[in-house]
Design a binder for this molecule. Structure first.
Ligand code: FAD
Length: 321
């Protein structure tokens, strides 16, 4: 392992926490690290807080709207030009799309969804959950180049005590928007909604809520703690909630500080998406529901009774923070 490139993302001008997690994890491997961002926003000041000293920003009209094809080309080209043999992404939605594309371009091994990452015998070794979280797999790259993606919210985005400044090298991309084979025509934003992938607290509802109108109970509890609303697949399939909120094997994998599962049975496919949460609270009227096996705290009770009381109590205490 010679040098690591970390792909950095921003949202509304701020460095994404998932990118900060990648920066801190990459710097722990003991080889030089360079950050890479695409587009007009400078992330140097924010990245410096996490110990980064060298950042490349590639700008140009190719990055005015999102194109995974052009972004992957720019990332792979920059990694090669910089002599980076490891590229690190967050395993968030864009990382899941970009990491395989970059791996193909760099003829690299692809180690996905790591919950641990180490340097081992000069290469990268990761651990990742498999079989819906029932087992863990250890993988070590044996190729010259390696692309790694890190599961969001597992690695700690701790600011560096000795943070200095970060130099930024701005490069004009030779790519143009017209090089894209697929064009994004429209982006619909979930304005104001906190994404389950980025929230410290996620409150999820399941089929036991009986209908979409009762998700108000989940929204109120989430709002009282500054959290995001999640959902089981059963309620997403029923059309009660959007797929963007689905947690689980075929939804999003979350690892918040607090996960509250309300009227969710705890099927293995749901557990696959939330069992690495730091603290799990389950509310279910069935004391034998499988969700209680992974819960740190369990309330055996009716959500229609428990949720209003919990929300009121938390609001009374001034929220969870
Ligand atoms: P249910 O299993 O119906 O559970 C409802 C729970 O609510 C029960 O435990 C019940 O005791 C409780 N309850 C009922 N009324 C109340 C009340 N008043 N108060 C308190 N508790 C109450 N699922 C996912 O969630 N995410 C996925 O990504 C996912 N991917 C899948 C992929 C595949 C290939 C397959 C086959 C399945 C997948 N599933 C996924 C579906 C999964 O197997 C379950 O069917 C689903 O998670 C069940 O959702 P649920 O817990 O909301 O509903």
């Amino acid at each position: 392992m010679k040098k690591i490139l970390v792909y950095l993302e921003e949202k509304n001008g701020s460095l994404k926490r998932t990118s900060a997690e990648c920066l801190v994890a990459a710097q722990s491997l003991g080889v030089p690290v360079v950050g890479l961002s695409l587009g007009a926003t400078s992330l140097a000041t924010q990245a410096a807080e996490y110990g980064l000293t060298d950042l490349i920003r590639v700008e140009g009209d190719a990055f005015r709207s999102y194109s995974s094809q052009l972004a992957a080309r720019a990332i792979a080209d920059t990694a090669t030009a910089e002599g980076c043999d490891v590229v690190v992404f967050s395993a968030n939605s864009s990382g899941r799309e970009l990491a395989p594309r970059v791996a193909i371009r760099m003829e690299a091994a692809l180690l996905c969804d790591a919950v641990e990452m180490h340097a081992q015998d000069g290469s990268v070794q990761i651990t990742r959950p498999i079989f819906a979280g029932k087992a863990h797999d250890s993988l070590r790259s044996l190729t010259a180049n390696t692309v790694v993606s890190l599961r969001p919210n597992v690695f700690t985005a701790k600011k560096s005590a000795s943070a200095g400044s970060c130099s930024e090298r701005v490069q004009q991309s030779t790519l143009s928007a017209s090089d894209a084979k697929v064009v994004v025509k429209n982006v619909v934003r979930n304005e104001g909604k906190l994404d389950v992938l980025e929230a410290d607290i996620v409150v999820s509802g399941g089929r036991g809520l009986k209908g979409p109108e009762h998700f108000e109970l989940i929204e109120k509890l989430a709002a009282s703690m500054g959290g995001a609303v999640g959902a089981s697949r059963a309620v997403v399939d029923a059309g009660w909630r959007p797929h963007s909120e689905q947690v689980g094997q075929t939804g999003k994998t979350v690892s918040p500080k607090l996960y509250v599962a309300c009227a969710i049975s705890g099927a293995v496919q749901h557990l696959a998406g939330m069992s690495s949460s730091k603290v799990i609270v389950a509310i279910n009227k069935d004391k034998d529901a499988p969700i209680f096996k992974v819960a740190d705290y369990g309330i055996v009770g009716d959500v229609f009774d428990v949720l209003p009381k919990l929300t009121e109590r938390i609001a009374h205490l001034g929220g969870a923070h």
